[in-house]
Every structure is written in structure tokens, then in C-alpha cells.
Design a protein around this ligand. Structure first.
Ligand code: ZN
Length: 68
């Protein structure tokens, strides 16, 4: 069930657009995170997702389309 408030969904990695729930990106390990993002995206099967390919996403998970 998606949270009603976007701000509660966490921060987004500026490098790979992954939605992160801690202080580090689980993919890059970076702390380069932003809470100013839009476009919630759930990637289940990156191999067969055009969006995932365009964004260079190789792991399933939650991502943001745009990060400032
Ligand atoms: Zn990242």
C-alpha cells in the first residue's frame, strides 16, 4: 500500500535514483541523497522494462523519475 505523503517515502539517491530509507544508498553506498524528487517508480523486472533500461536500472526496487 503506497504511503499517502510523498515526504514519508524517504530520500532518493542522486546517482542512481533509488528510493532509500536510511542515510546511505543501498546500491552505491553514497550519502548523496535528495528529498526533493518526483515520479514514483517501481521496477519489478529491470530486464524487461523499457524505463529501467533508459534509466540504467539493473536491480528491482523503488526509484524516482526526477531528482533535484
Ligand atoms: Zn545510488
Amino acid at each position: 500500500m503506497p504511503p499517502a505523503n510523498k515526504k514519508k517515502q524517504g530520500k532518493v539517491c542522486r546517482d542512481c535514483h533509488r528510493v532509500v530509507e536510511g542515510e546511505n544508498c543501498v546500491i552505491c553506498g553514497t550519502t548523496n541523497l535528495s528529498d526533493d524528487w518526483s515520479g514514483y517508480l517501481v521496477i519489478i523486472d529491470p530486464e524487461n522494462s523499457e524505463v529501467a533500461k533508459r534509466m540504467n536500472i539493473t536491480l528491482p526496487g523503488r526509484y524516482a523519475l526526477k531528482v533535484r
